[in-house]
Design a protein around this ligand. Sequence first.
Ligand SMILES: [Fe+2]
Length: 243
Amino acid sequence: MKAFPAEFDSLLTERAHALLKTPSAAGAMQAPGKTPIAVFANVMARSRAAACVKLLDRAMRGALRRMRTPIPRETITGMRENYAELLPKTMRVQTADLNSRRSRAAAAAERIGLLRLMSSQSLRKLAETVTGLSLAPNPDRQVILYEPGDYSGPHNDHHPEEPCARDGYVDVHIYFSTPAVKNQLLVYEERGCLTEAVDVSTPSGLAVYRLPFWHYTTPLLAKGTSQRAANRWVLLSSYDIDR
Ligand SMILES: [Fe+2]
């Protein structure tokens, strides 16, 4: 595969294609009182997912930057009151923002058809079906790579300073894991407790979130000795809700 197809839905298996159009998919995150997230595992053939990883690896790896936000030591040394600890957003990933056309990462993504795929009509339509919302075209786009030990700490993705996002927005994650990945979980809140966990380390998958809510991803674990080959790629498209 030299480039991604123009439309996201042409990457899907027949089964996933059908599933994502059914009322159960549509109802997956619209139940009242439930956290609005839906995760669909193995939506592509394994060989297709492997080809996507190969393409991302070749074209995007060199354009990523490391993002390491450790826990500030002062969260402990500066504490004066028992049980008053607060954890800021911490993470360790590699990422590239694809929104500035002039960036090296966006140019690389453009060359392999990634920008087009991530703003394709079929991806937006699918997110509309699953969320039951009308979504604005032209999503913000970002690529994330998790290697062994990489994680995103608890955060809620609330953006109260942005008029388009302060009342909520929709994120779609298309993801791929190499066979050397043993496990990575997405943990999220349900009725105020971080009790829900879903395995997002399947060869391919799709997650649709109506944010904000609290969530985190656990450190990526590799199988045995295959540390370097354990990679999880996430393609993230963020949509404003058409109100
Ligand atoms: Fe997040």
